[in-house]
Write a protein that binds this ligand. Structure first.
Ligand code: DAT
Ligand code: MG
Length: 136
């Protein structure tokens, strides 16, 4: 079943020059790009995107980090796109949970700087795509 998912190459991924690497892995997996934009996000949008984490110890640092520089927002589509991209990304902690061969496992070292975001469910994907690409 074809799905859409919201992917972010976060500011650390952009500043480290990993945008092409991430897009290449998405395309080689067989997923398609439906929308893509380089953008610097404001605090309100960042808080909306990460609303589920509001109140957690890392929330303020997360918002500061994600607003701290340009990121690349992408809508990715294809069969089981949500799970497929989460698999490409690897676990949240690039060392504890991610495995080599994943984006985070290959390029990440710290949980705060784990390079990419991918929606975690159909509901999250719909909610997040509305935030980032309301016209889609
Ligand atoms: P994911 O990005 O794998 O969906 P998440 O939704 O649980 O993970 O958390 C969102 C982001 O918040 C995550 O990519 C990095 C940051 N984060 C999560 N847990 C953290 C922690 N314990 N300390 C610092 N940052 C954390
Ligand atoms: Mg998440």
């Amino acid at each position: 079943m074809s799905e859409r998912t919201l992917v972010l190459v976060k500011p650390d991924g952009v500043s480290r020059g990993l945008v092409g690497e991430v897009i290449s892995r998405i395309e080689r997996k067989g997923l398609r790009l439906a929308a893509l934009e380089l953008r610097t996000v404001d605090e309100a949008t960042a808080k909306q995107h990460y609303a589920e984490h509001d109140g957690k110890s890392f929330f303020n640092d997360l918002v500061e980090f994600i607003t701290g520089g340009p990121l690349v927002a992408i809508v990715v589509e294809g069969t089981r796109a949500i799970s497929a991209f989460r698999q490409l990304a690897g676990g949240t902690d690039p060392v504890e949970k991610a495995t080599p061969g994943t984006i985070r496992g290959d390029f990440g070292l710290e949980v705060q700087f784990n390079l990419v975001h991918g929606s975690d469910s159909v509901e999250s994907a719909e909610r997040e795509i509305k935030i980032w690409f309301p016209a889609l």
